[in-house]
Design a protein around this ligand. Sequence first.
Ligand code: NAD
Length: 516
Amino acid sequence: MTRPPALTDELLDRLRARVTASGQRSYAPVDVFTGGELATLPESTVDDVDAAVSTAAAAQQSWAKLDVAERLAVFDRFHTLLLDHREQIMDLVQAETGKARRDAFEEFCEPALVTAYYLRKASKLLRDKKKAGVLPFAVGATERRVPKGVVGIISPWNYPFALALGDLIPALIAGNAVVLKPDSQTALSPLYGAELLAQAGLPANLLQVVLGDGPTIGGAVVDASDYVGFTGSTRTGTEIAKRAGARLIGCSLELGGKNPLIVLDDADVPAAARIAARGCFANAGQLCLAIERIYVHDAIVDGFAAALVAEAEKLRLAAGYDYAADLGSLTSARAIETVSAHVDDARAKGATVLTGGHARPDLGPYFYTPTVLTDVTPEMLCHRAETFGPVVSLYSFGTDDDAVEQANDTGYGLNAGVIGRNVARATALARRLRAGTVNVNDTFASAFASTDAPMGGMGASGLGRRHGAEGLLRYTESQTVATQRVSIAAPAWLPHAGYTKVMATSLRLLRRARIR
Ligand code: NAD
């Protein structure tokens, strides 16, 4: 396997130049399909992070003064550039993650959808809004949306392009500067995104990219930014919340999940198995929204298990920059160790492996077969902990209440699915699940790609939301400017007892008049 066509030496030089790094330190991300070296990239220091934040803050001053329409013009051009360069983007994403090209395409879609969405909505969301003043005509109030300043974006390796770009685009549109710290293994595709933004006319210095070890360089980003948009594990998210809290800056935390799917007794079993297979094995299961637990009604559980196994066994695993594979590689040695540890632990404690359950070193160093487990019990690791690989556990249920109770028996609350022919019944059940997104007759794409609606987690799956109004407004402070046109203070000639009577009467009238 050779390097992907897009990764020329000339492009690599341009991407390296986009990293804020003053010293000589460098590192080499892995070419995931082969286990070899993909490239060498510079490493930033804590001083580099501080310099990046200062430089970004200076650039932000004039960016924030532009009309939203002027800022959006950059993203209009960027959207075209994105679509024109999709093959290069997919090449880079595949090289640094090892995912299948169809998964790389899904990944590419997120920033395109997010950009298009905020191109339509941002002007309205960010414009000043007239609010009712305390007394009509006497006081006028306006709600403004003021950018936070410098937003730190810290992103993971599983969707490096989608999650870095998808979260930094609204931050920039809202008038902020951004310092991005992607995962070191997967920095090429976000750097390429920064390159395309520069080509689209984003002012110099407004977007800075720093690279390096998570706790040191990511920690420095949290210590210097005015707000942090983080996507990653619940463990790191908790650290970031503490660090941001100590500085009284806000953060959004998009964290892990242990996502359930409920298959009701009226489901079309072959269709349900097809939908479930995509939900469990997309991106080789390295998807925060991936289904890791399936609850199937007793009446259809055997037929569903057989159909899901057949779907899993149909999936083609391969390394390559074409569409021959349904499933790619896991991304790292650490990922395959966790997946193997979960499956081996389950097997040792009595779980049944219906299919899969082993690595495929013949295809590449980190390939693992799609795996379906049953007879999984609470003492097994994969029962509650996020596996983050192509492994799903099958359980059964008797009643709808039982299904809801089992599905909700988790500290996480990111994503869920319900499959059933009676859409009203499936939807009613979906509303009882404690998860930030729930998909009826789907597993993740319907909710995630509906960028007009918020996406994020409850409980241990995070704080805050991306997408929709919240996905943009989280990067702003609200500011209320109230103007007193007529004095509402007590006039000098009126004793205070009289003033309170007048005010109490006014409050009664205002309540009736409903003009506030
Ligand atoms: P991670 O928490 O190890 O790392 C995420 C990012 O944080 C990386 O850039 C890393 O370098 C940085 N980092 C690590 N320690 C840090 C620290 N102490 N301070 C600041 N930054 C630090 O997560 P990961 O293993 O890269 O990603 C996988 C996890 O992300 C899974 O749990 C997955 O479910 C979750 N995830 C969630 C979403 C979502 O939208 N909810 C999306 C994708 C992935």
